[in-house]
Design a protein around this ligand. Structure first.
Ligand SMILES: [Zn+2]
Length: 102
């Protein structure tokens, strides 16, 4: 217990965006899955405050489930991207069609 108390706040982490070392207590957690509240079995990456500010905070729940839907073992990248485009068009409509409607 003594040891952890001594180290509290002094541990440094590296910002994944700019590579600066910042104190753990000064850093912001970054979860690539976009769900910071579900901490189970996860290892968080870190951002300095400066980079965190420039981050997009839109939830990515739909993107994750979409990727899981089209993912398959041994799927070739080209096929994966083709499926991705198809899935996005199916769910959100084609980008070209949206352009034409305007
Ligand atoms: Zn940074």
């Amino acid at each position: 217990m003594w040891r952890s108390r001594t180290n509290r706040g002094r541990k440094t982490v590296v910002c994944i965006a700019c590579g600066t070392s910042v104190l753990r207590g000064e850093a912001r957690e970054y979860d690539k899955e976009g769900d910071r509240w579900n901490r189970q079995g996860k290892q968080f990456e870190h951002l300095c405050k400066e980079c965190y500010r420039g981050l997009c905070h839109q939830p990515r729940t739909e993107l994750e489930s979409l990727l899981v839907d089209i993912e398959a073992d041994g799927l070739h990248r080209t096929e994966f991207l083709k499926r991705y485009v198809e899935a996005v068009e199916e769910r959100y409509g084609s980008a070209e069609e949206t352009e034409r409607e305007r």
